[in-house]
Ligand binder design. Sequence first.
Ligand code: CP
Ligand code: NVA
Length: 300
Amino acid sequence: MNKPRHFISLLDLTSDEIRALIQRAMVLKNTRNPDFQPLKGQVLAMIFEKSSTRTRISFETGMTNFGGSAIFLSPRDTQLGRGEPIKDSAMVISSMVDAIMLRTNDHATVIEFAEHSSVPVINGLTDLLHPCQLLADMQTYFEHRGDIQGKTVSWIGDGNNMCHSYINAAIQLDFNLQIACPESYLPDTEMIKSAGSRVQVFKSPLDAAKDSDLIVTDVWASMGQEQEQQKRELAFKDYQITQEIMDNAHADALFMHCLPAHRGEEVAADVIDGAQSVIYDEAENRLHAQKALLELLMCA
Ligand code: CP
Ligand code: NVA
């Protein structure tokens, strides 16, 4: 069996491929042609261990736009959810469909699934990474401001799956990433190291925002951490993105958040609903960037 091409991490594509994918996503967004159906008859299985609005709707719509279809599978719908081995599930499901998207609690599940899948596997979010979101975020930056190479991005908040994917994006697209997280919530040390001098860690959110072109944050308690909500609210109380933080960045800095967001927690309402925020473009671009990804993986 030929090994299929997977998208588990941004590092699975080359820098040139990511740039080409972003350009393609912009073309797809601006030239909606119902007769263009490169995935006619093809099927994407979508396995979700956690909730989703954007990921589910964008992949399902993308497949339909391209003439294919998508099957939504929650843990209640599959034997995987009842403990069928990952290998067996991957062998069987991949024998029937053309690509598989997974959103899992544990990153190791996606890795093991991909090892045994005969078709491309796409990471739709794990506890470690959220690479599809980064394709949309980068498309959004390119649309508003042009290439991100050499620019400065600030990640302020939890050193979580989104932060890890921002580190990978900094490596691939060659931008500086200024991170500020509470001491116990820093991103993975090895990942920080892998980015070399591109990633800098600051103690203060104001310092991390200095000279920035893009300020990004995410929820303080990710899916699966709901029981830590109160503890995290205390730990992160000085990390809210306020207008004061935005004012420490460049005057034309953008604000992004992958959503869902909690106004008054990780971001002040006047920032997320303000003039510098591009959250709704960012969310819409999930559709266009993932269509470019599906084309790359499934039409090769
Ligand atoms: N940003 C994101 O992945 O949203 P969903 O959880 O709604 O898919
Ligand atoms: N960090 C968040 C992202 C949600 C899209 C989570 O994992 O829940």
